[in-house]
Structure formats: C-alpha cells, structure tokens
Design a protein around this ligand. Sequence first.
Ligand code: GDP
Length: 436
Amino acid sequence: MFDTLSDRLTSVLQNLRGKGRLSETDIDTTAREIRIALLEADVALPVVRAFIAKVKERAKGAEVSAALNPAQQVVKIVNDELVAILGGETRRLNLAKTPPTVIMLAGLQGAGKTTLAGKLARHLKTQGHAPLLVACDLQRPNAVTQLQVVAERAGVAVFAPEPGNGVGDPVDVARRGIDEARRSQHDIVVVDTAGRLGVDEELMRQAADIKAAVAADEVLFVVDAMIGQDAVTTAEAFRDGVGFTGVVLTKLDGDARGGAALSVREVTGVPIMFASNGEKLEDFDAFHPDRMASRILGMGDVLTLIEQAEQHFDQEQAEKAAAKIGTGELTLEDFLEQMLAVRKMGPIANLLGMLPGAGQMKDALAQVDEKHIDRLQAIIRGMTPAERQDPKMINASRRLRIANGSGVQVRDVNDLVNRFFEAKKVMQQMAGRFGM
Ligand code: GDP
C-alpha cells in the first residue's frame, strides 16, 4: 500500500546522493518534497507539519558523522522520524496477572473486527494460549455465524448467545462469556462487538458499557486503512467515546495511500499493535514500526547496516590504513585489523543480505565462504609481528611454520602472501592516480 509514498521518498532521497555537504537550500528543498509526498499519501496535515519540522531541525543540526555521508544522514533522520510517528517500539499485548486476559474489539461496521477476532485467535493459539471468542455483535444479522465460522477455521472455541431468544443484551453476553472462560480455563477472551456504518452515540455507549462490564485489559480499535483521512476522525471519536489501548490497521493489502497508518498513532497517541493484510486468517502480523518504516523507504535493511557501521566504525583506524595505502606502507597487520573491523558487523553474508535487491542474489550469498575468511585470519595470526610488518621476509621455512601453526596448507599461505603483494601494488597505483 505504501508504493507511491515509497517511490516518492526514495527518489527525493536519491537526489541527495553524491553531495559532499548539504546546504540549507538542499535541506529546505528536500523537506518540501518530503512534505508533498506525505500529503499525497493522505497523511494528516498536523502530522506532516510536525514531521517536517523535526526532520529539518535534525538535518540542519546534524553532526558531521564519520560513518555516514550527508545523504545517508538524511535517510537515517527520515527513517528515525518515521519510526517515531509509527510508534517507536513494537507494542505487545498486556496480559492480565490473573487470567483471563480480556481483549475487546471496537470499530465501525466493516472495519474487519470479526475477521480480526479469528486472526487474533489463531495468532494467540500458535503462541500457546487458549483463547475464547465471545460474540457480542448482536446487531449485524450474520455476525454471530461469521464469528463461529472464523473460530472454526482458527480451531478455537466461541461463546455466543443461544439462538431463538430474540436479540440479546450484548453487555450480558459479554459478562457471561467471561464467566464461561473462567469455567473452561481459557486464558484469553476476545470480545467482538457491534459496529455501525458511522459514529453514533448509541454505538459508543454500548461499547463503553461492554468495556466496563468485562474490565477489558486491552481495547483494540480496529480501523480500515482504506478510509484515509476518515480513519483519524473515527479514531478520535472512539478515543473520546470509548477509549482504547491499541490500534489495529486492516486492509493494508488494499491500494490505499498509507496516510491512515502514518496518522492514527500520532493523532491519538495510542500505538498500532497489529496489521491485517488480507482476508485469510494468516494475513496478519504484529506491527513493527521499524520494519514498516524501512518498507516505506524501500531500503531493505540498509538502515540496520548503517547503524552497525556507525557503531563499529573506527575512523582513526580507517584513516591510518588509507594513509598507509598511499605511501605503500600497508602491512598484513593493517589488513587483519580491517578484516576484523568489518567482521564485527556480523557475518559477511548477512551484511550483504541487508542490501536492497539482495533477494535476487540469494544464490550468490550462499556462496560467501566465511570459512575462507576465518582461514585468512588464522594465517595472519600465525605470523610473528615482524612478518606481518614486512611480509617480504616470509621465506619457505617460515611459510611451512605458519602453515603448521595455523592448520592450513603451505599453498594457502603462499596464496595469501602473493595476493597481498598484488593488492598492495594495485592500491598504490590507484592512490597515485587519485592523489591520496
Ligand atoms: P466487521 O463488521 O468489523 O466485523 O468486519 P468484517 O470482519 O466482517 O470484515 C468486513 C469485510 O472486510 C469482510 O469482507 C472481510 O473479509 C474483509 N476484510 C477484513 N480484513 C481484511 C483485510 O485485512 N484485507 C482485506 N482485503 N479484506 C479484509
């Protein structure tokens, strides 16, 4: 659903690539373009304003970072702020100290509450819980049957009013549902409630009454992401009329522009907890602000990569190595240090796998041989400091000793030493050409 926003933001940020420094004008232009992208994605105006203000302030005050170039810094700032408006940390369900935990679903008719009840039940069941679904939507003619159908698919139990007694009282059904859960040892109760086509007072009162009667631990406001800006007004009405502790976005598989997702949490201050993206029970997941943000920025997991680079980058060491390349003083000791610095960031295949487009090079990634790198490290470690400083002294008998000491063949040592000399030659030529 975020395709357009994602395309727009990606191209705005791409324009910054290759800039050595960002001027105030660069930042202002970028901020204006991001603003347009967000408004086109139907993000609520106050949210857009606050977002842009923060991005601008941080971009202008950005410290010179050793590991990131200016464009990467702006990407990081935009990403951080996206994560923040999406809620920051992933918010998990609060479970009651004494079971059953009561989760109530509220929202407009058609938002996807009944479907969600089934999805949530399935999800909880796979986590080892024994949920009970309680049918309190006694208004929509088929709601009870529909809940029974999804419950059966999810393989969980339902508590519903007996048919034939006319329209029952949903508050009473809710209470009896909780009693039933206690009796039959269900540790979580999911209460499905009635919705209306629009917000009205009676709907709010009924939901508030059920909430009070069952002492709900979580009230999840279920909202159809495809209703755009209306999601925000509906959320405000439910917040004031009923109150809720979490938001569930449904129909994220639709071609909506994504504004609802980016606005609801910021406007209500209540975190988004789950996202639904299809009609099947499996089309459902916990909502992770950080993953959603990288998806919007179309970044693969480059951001994790950037963060790891920031954490592990040792500027002094890198500059030392660069200077030595120029003067031809690079030693095997430096080579080892560089190799260790890169490895601190994690397995090489994982690092490569975080790059955008890595999905298409899965086979190549499987070929990355960590063992080969381990072997190189072992060989260098098997050398004396003098040998590392001046590899020219490594004669045949030294090669044999190093090979035995590091558990490899003599030809592996030869290989490393020869490649080192070759690499050094190439680097010196390049340094000469680029005036390092
Ligand atoms: P309720 O009135 O709030 O209980 O809404 P329902 O659960 O009956 O859902 C209304 C319609 O939306 C049904 O046709 C569902 O199949 C559909 N629906 C629910 N969630 C999703 C979703 O995440 N994606 C899609 N595409 N359809 C959904």
